[in-house]
Design a protein around this ligand. Sequence first.
Ligand SMILES: Nc1nc2c(ncn2[C@@H]2O[C@H](COP(=O)(O)OP(=O)(O)OP(=O)(O)O)[C@@H](O)[C@H]2O)c(=O)[nH]1
Ligand SMILES: [Zn+2]
Length: 215
Amino acid sequence: MTDAAFRPDHGPEHGRPGYPGPGGPGYGDFDEKRAESAVRELLIAVGEDPDRDGLLDTPARVARAYKEIFAGLRQRPEDVLTTTFDLGHDEMVLVKDIEVLSTCEHHLVPFVGSAHVGYIPSHDGKITGLSKLARLVDVYARRPQVQERLTTQIADSLMEILEPRGVIVVIECEHMCMTMRGVRKPGAKTLTSAVRGQLRDPATRAEAMSLIKAR
Ligand SMILES: Nc1nc2c(ncn2[C@@H]2O[C@H](COP(=O)(O)OP(=O)(O)OP(=O)(O)O)[C@@H](O)[C@H]2O)c(=O)[nH]1
Ligand SMILES: [Zn+2]
């Protein structure tokens, strides 16, 4: 996969010499051996014996798991968001309750919850399959993330690829870094939203929000 295929949407670290991105190693490449030895080191660091029976295969297993959990680093939104045309529909399309399984980039523990993704198709009726909206959520969720960036990346890539009249993305998640450790507040939900184009109009936005809230 070439560096040029990816947009520099991961913040300033990307593309620094020696790091993935333009001018660095292949952006998104997964180095399984390096991941394995890092997990082995981590086990030693926490006071475990990586050579005891139960842990022998753990570094390789964790490396494979990380490859899967961060598979979105090797995917582009345009790989999943295929488009088609349907002139017949120019009203809002909203897919609710898309499961979000992501990883907090601060602590590398999960944050989980739901995404609600809606758009108003372009005047020429450019649309996408409903499942593709869920696939798009996964492309960005399967990376080291913060919830705010996850939300805006989904909204911005939809705007770019579907060229819709408007987009709304609302995400509600529970962060394990606030549950398992640190402040330890199970049940606290973080809500983020990104609204673009005509969905910024108060009435349209209110309609979308009432559809999202309706159970
Ligand atoms: N804005 C934002 N913050 C997040 C997200 N995930 C985790 N955090 C926060 O990132 C912050 C990191 O804060 P630090 O003070 O550097 O780290 P820390 O000492 O481990 O913080 P505590 O979690 O408060 O113990 C914490 O407040 C987390 O709750 C996210 O998706 N968005
Ligand atoms: Zn965290």
